[in-house]
Design a binder for this molecule. Sequence first.
Ligand SMILES: Cc1cc2nc3c(=O)[nH]c(=O)nc-3n(C[C@H](O)[C@H](O)[C@H](O)COP(=O)(O)OP(=O)(O)OC[C@H]3O[C@@H](n4cnc5c(N)ncnc54)[C@H](O)[C@@H]3O)c2cc1C
Length: 355
Amino acid sequence: MIAGGGIVGAMTAMELVGRGCRVTIVERGQIASQTSGESSWAGGGIVFPLLPWMYGDAVNQLTNYGMKVYPAIYERLKEETGVDGELLQSGMLILPQFDREQARAWCERYEFAAQSASAAAFGLQSPSGDDALWLPGVSQARPPYVMQAMRKWLEQNGVTLLERTELKPLAGSGSLHEWETVGGEKLQADKFVVTSGAWSFDLLKETASKLKIKPMRGQILLYRPRQNLQHMVYREGFYMIPRQDGLLLAGSTLEDVGFDPRVTETARDELSAKAETIMPELKGLPILKHWAGLRPGTPENLPTIAAHPQIENLYLNTGHFRYGLTMAPASAKIVSALICGEQPFIDPTPFSCPV
Ligand SMILES: Cc1cc2nc3c(=O)[nH]c(=O)nc-3n(C[C@H](O)[C@H](O)[C@H](O)COP(=O)(O)OP(=O)(O)OC[C@H]3O[C@@H](n4cnc5c(N)ncnc54)[C@H](O)[C@@H]3O)c2cc1C
């Protein structure tokens, strides 16, 4: 039984089905939609950890694996469900300021293509200098479509989706045989996996009190420029993502405001000012949509992917913070190996559950 039907829960289910397990996902809301700030629907969909050189090896192992396998996952989802997650290698231009030396060293270490580039040659304004870095290998996907494809695949492959079913926080120790819902139902399973994103600590605070996961809100704006960008652009914590249908995302904020999924005027002004600095032609254009999601925030962006150290049958796959879409294939594979008693393909020690 998987507690939470975001990208991490869905990908974990897919991996477990591939190993012959019978799987149920229990989801408080509805899989592939957003009711109260769920993160997976809301993300930008960049299959890359923005500035990977800022992160440790453990994070890079997860994100690099995701970058490598997404094309095959998307092809499979598209072929088997008919839903196109719109994976596109559109590349990313990084505008100054950024640590050029660290960037160069990372690209060399991981043999990731990188070229010096001029922002002006891409038709962009870059107030902190024209000397940009072009990363042609960076891909994007469209999270709501990816989630729709995953949902359809799970239904087609016999996964039970128990939606609008909220689990109560876990109490007790020893082994776990059933988990009570807010409606009073007792759901039984042989093994349980927590993939409840930002809400994971709420579910586990009595059984994993040292788990450090908290909601970190992110807001995004949507435009339709007269002439869209051809590539993703990043500048000092802010990014723009052009979609194939002419839409343009501008995001995102990083806010420590608890479980508040609302959008704010302050963020709207801040994001539109940043977008207009890079693309002055956005001035005066309507903002078509403005949304927010609650990321499962963790120190150093490091998720917990582990068996619970005391509760037999309980596993965690949660806390993917800013890069859950990118990390989900690796973390689903690791937790599934642990559940099935196999050796994970990556040493899982850095992702163990604090007690
Ligand atoms: C603005 C923004 C931009 C982002 N951009 C990117 C990006 O470009 N690239 C990238 O890789 N990542 C990005 N992310 C991060 C990524 O979206 C998250 O890391 C990822 O979605 C986390 O997935 P999850 O399944 O753990 O969480 P969620 O998608 O939040 O899913 C958790 C699920 O658990 C359910 N749940 C919670 N409590 C209960 C309960 N008690 N009972 C039953 N169900 C419960 C919730 O309803 C929810 O559906 C972005 C996130 C945001 C907000």
